[in-house]
Design a protein around this ligand. Structure first.
Ligand code: OSB
Ligand code: MG
Length: 373
C-alpha cells in the first residue's frame, strides 16, 4: 500500500440531545474526518474520536489536526507500507501520546487495505461475529425520574445492557431506583468517568448490592494503583476505560488487579493494531472486553462494529444505532439495531461496509486541509 492523498475535514454534527458525563457535556459535536486515498486510487474515510475539550483524554480536535498534518501524515504519505499492521509502530515511534490522532490514520489504513482487497473490514481483522450485542450509554439526567424513564425505554427497545453515567449526588440512589424499575434481570452497569476518589470507597461499595455487570472507571484517568485498592474492596468487577491507553497499561491492570474487564475504544489506544493486541492479551488472560463508544458518526461506528466482531468481545458494546445520536447520519445505510439489541456486521460489503454521504458531509464541513505525497 502507499498513501498518496489525505484530506482532513472538520464537520459540525449536532447531537439530538446533549450527552452529559461527570467530566463534561457534549452537544454540537465537532468531528474530525479523514479521507485516505492510496496510489491505486482506492479511498476510504476514517474518524478521529477527539472532541472539543480535553475532558476525556488530553487530546482535542485542535491538537489532533496539527499533529496529523505536521507529525503523523508525513510518516505515511508516499511511503510503501507492507501491511496495515505495520502502521502503528511507524506512527508511535518517538511520538508520545496523541493516540486518537494516530488511530485516525492507522484505522484508515486498515480500512484502505480492506477496500483494496475487496474484503469486509471485519473479515480482514479476523472478526467472527455476524451480529454485535449492543448496549446504550445514558448520560447524566436532570432527574432520577427521567433516568428511570430512559432506562425503561432502552430495555423495551431491546438494548442488552444499560450503562448509567454517575457522579457524586447522582449515584447509588439513582442506580438503585433504576434497578427497582427495570427488575433484577436487566443488565445494568455504571460509568463514573473519574468522578471519585478512594475516600468514596465505602459509598461505592453500596453498589455491590445492585447486581451490576461492572463499574467503569470510578477513579482518576491515569490511576491504576488506587483502582487496585478499590477493586479489593468491591465484589463488582471494575472495568477500565480512560486508564487503558496501550497494551502496556492493559498488562499493568492485570498485574495490579486494578480491574477485571476492559472497554476497548480503538481511538484511545492508537488504533486497530493495539486494539487487537489488547484483545488477544485479555483473551489469553480470560478477561472479557467490549467495545466502547465516543459518540462517533456512522464512519467511526463502522470501525467499532468491525472491531467488536472479534471473538473476545463477549459483552455488549456501546454501539447504539445512528438514530439514537443524530437526526441524520453521514452514512448510508444508517446503523440500525434489531429488537433483540443486535447490530449487523456488514459482511456483504467490502471496506467499512457503509457508503459515505459526501454531499451531506460537504454541507456540514467547516474546514478542510489536503495533503499529498
Ligand atoms: O466514558 O464511555 C465513555 C462518550 C464520550 C466520552 C466518554 C464516554 C462516552 C460514552 C458514549 O459512554 C458511548 C456511545 O458512544 O454511545
Ligand atoms: Mg467510559
Amino acid at each position: 500500500m502507499r498513501l498518496d492523498r489525505l484530506v482532513l475535514r472538520e464537520i459540525r454534527l449536532p447531537l439530538k440531545e446533549p450527552f452529559r458525563i461527570s467530566s463534561g457535556e457534549m452537544r454540537d459535536r465537532r468531528i474530525l474526518l479523514c479521507e485516505l486515498t492510496n496510489a491505486d486510487g482506492a479511498s476510504v474515510w476514517s474518524e478521529c474520536v477527539v472532541d472539543d475539550l480535553p475532558n476525556y483524554s488530553p487530546e482535542t480536535l485542535d491538537t489532533a489536526w496539527p499533529t496529523i498534518v505536521r507529525v503523523l501524515a508525513p510518516r505515511l504519505l508516499g511511503q510503501p507500507i507492507a501491511a496495515p499492521g505495520d502502521v502503528f509502530a511507524r506512527l508511535d515511534e518517538d511520538v508520545r501520546g496523541h493516540q486518537m490522532a494516530k488511530a485516525a490514520l492507522e484505522m484508515g489504513m486498515w480500512g484502505l487495505a480492506a477496500t483494496q482487497a475487496g474484503l469486509p473490514l471485519a473479515r480482514l481483522i479476523g472478526g467472527t461475529r455476524e451480529r454485535i450485542a449492543t448496549g446504550i450509554s445514558l448520560g447524566i439526567q436532570p432527574t432520577v425520574e427521567r433516568l428511570i424513564e430512559k432506562a425503561r425505554e432502552s430495555v423495551a427497545a431491546g438494548y442488552q445492557k444499560v450503562k448509567i453515567k454517575i457522579a457524586p449526588g447522582k449515584d447509588v440512589a439513582w442506580v438503585r431506583a433504576v434497578r427497582e424499575a427495570v427488575g433484577p434481570d436487566a443488565h445494568l452497569m455504571a460509568d463514573a468517568n473519574n468522578a471519585y476518589t478512594l475516600a468514596d470507597a465505602d459509598h461505592l461499595a453500596a453498589l455491590d448490592d445492585l447486581n451490576l455487570m461492572m463499574i467503569e472507571q470510578p477513579l482518576a484517568h491515569d490511576d491504576l494503583v488506587r483502582h487496585a485498592t478499590l477493586q479489593r474492596r468491591l465484589r463488582t468487577p471494575l472495568c477500565l476505560d480512560e486508564s487503558i491507553i496501550s497494551l502496556d497499561r492493559a498488562q499493568d491492570m492485570v498485574t495490579l488487579q486494578a480491574g477485571r474487564i476492559i472497554n476497548i475504544k480503538p481511538g484511545r489506544v492508537g488504533g486497530f493494531g493495539p486494539s487487537l493486541a489488547i484483545h488477544d492479551f485479555c483473551q489469553a488472560e480470560r478477561l472479557p472486553v467490549w467495545c466502547g463508544g465516543m459518540l462517533e458518526s456512522g464512519i467511526g461506528r463502522a470501525y467499532n462494529v468491525a472491531l467488536a466482531s472479534l471473538p473476545n468481545f463477549t459483552l455488549p458494546g456501546d454501539l447504539s444505532p445512528s438514530a439514537r445520536y443524530w437526526a441524520q447520519d453521514v452514512v448510508t445505510p444508517e446503523w440500525t439495531m434489531d429488537a433483540h439489541g443486535m447490530v449487523r456486521v456488514p459482511l456483504d460489503r467490502p471496506g467499512i461496509g457503509v457508503e459515505v454521504d459526501r454531499a451531506r458531509i460537504e454541507a456540514l464541513t467547516v474546514r478542510t486541509e489536503e495533503l499529498r505525497a
